[in-house]
Design a protein around this ligand. Structure first.
Ligand code: COA
Length: 170
């Protein structure tokens, strides 16, 4: 019988900025992996609002301030501007976690998971459904709310809400 090995996973995304939707996926995935690297990456499809360093330090603050010690212990936040599969190889990670919201996410995610499989067949992509109450949350929506002085605090972690409010005032 094969013994179950600890699995190191990567949770990649732009996290521009991190939202409660991202946090929900992170919290629910933690029990299944020995380590999760929240990988703040660049997307060629998007013009970033926050710099890579800002996104990384915000995500680190969110993880550091999280109530669960399991999450704080198992999650590491890193930045990366190359291919996710190159990072996976370098780190010996064998899983990629992605959250799915609506059917509209599916096609892009299918393409990305398939390309990643071509690049590194050792790595599996694990999809998780976004919690129902967060289906409509996105980083763009959070930025727009702040821009028009809406209350963003229900949709992003407190550290992100504070940062966005300060950014808007500056
Ligand atoms: N709940 C609510 N919203 C969620 C969510 C969840 N669980 N998960 C993601 N979202 C939202 C995000 O807020 C974001 O919103 P936005 O479009 O308004 O910014 C959107 O869904 C997607 O964001 P995210 O999950 O951060 O992923 P992404 O699509 O921006 O990231 C990369 C894509 C970085 C993972 C991808 O471009 C990549 O892998 N880049 C590196 C190069 C590479 O290896 N490419 C693949 C092979 S060619």
């Amino acid at each position: 019988m094969k013994t179950i090995q600890p699995v190191k996973a990567i949770y990649p995304g732009s996290f521009d900025p991190m939202t409660n939707g991202h946090l929900d996926i992170l919290e629910r995935s933690i029990p299944f992996f020995s380590e999760v690297i929240l990988l703040v990456a660049s997307s060629s499809r998007k013009q970033a609002f926050l710099s890579l360093d800002e996104r990384v330090s915000l995500a680190r603050e969110v993880v550091r301030g999280h109530a669960s010690s399991l999450l704080r212990d198992r999650v590491k936040v890193e930045g990366w501007s190359g291919l996710i599969m190159d990072y996976a190889k370098q780190q010996g990670a064998s899983a990629v976690i992605r959250g799915l919201r609506a059917a509209s996410d599916f096609e892009y995610e299918l393409m990305m998971a398939s390309m990643n499989k071509e690049l590194n067949p050792q790595v599996e992509t694990w999809f998780m459904m976004t919690a129902q109450h967060l289906f409509f949350v996105s980083s763009s929506m959070a930025k727009e709310l702040v821009y028009y002085q809406g209350d963003v605090s229900r949709y992003v972690p407190p550290q992100v809400a504070d940062f966005l409010k300060k950014r808007k005032k500056a």
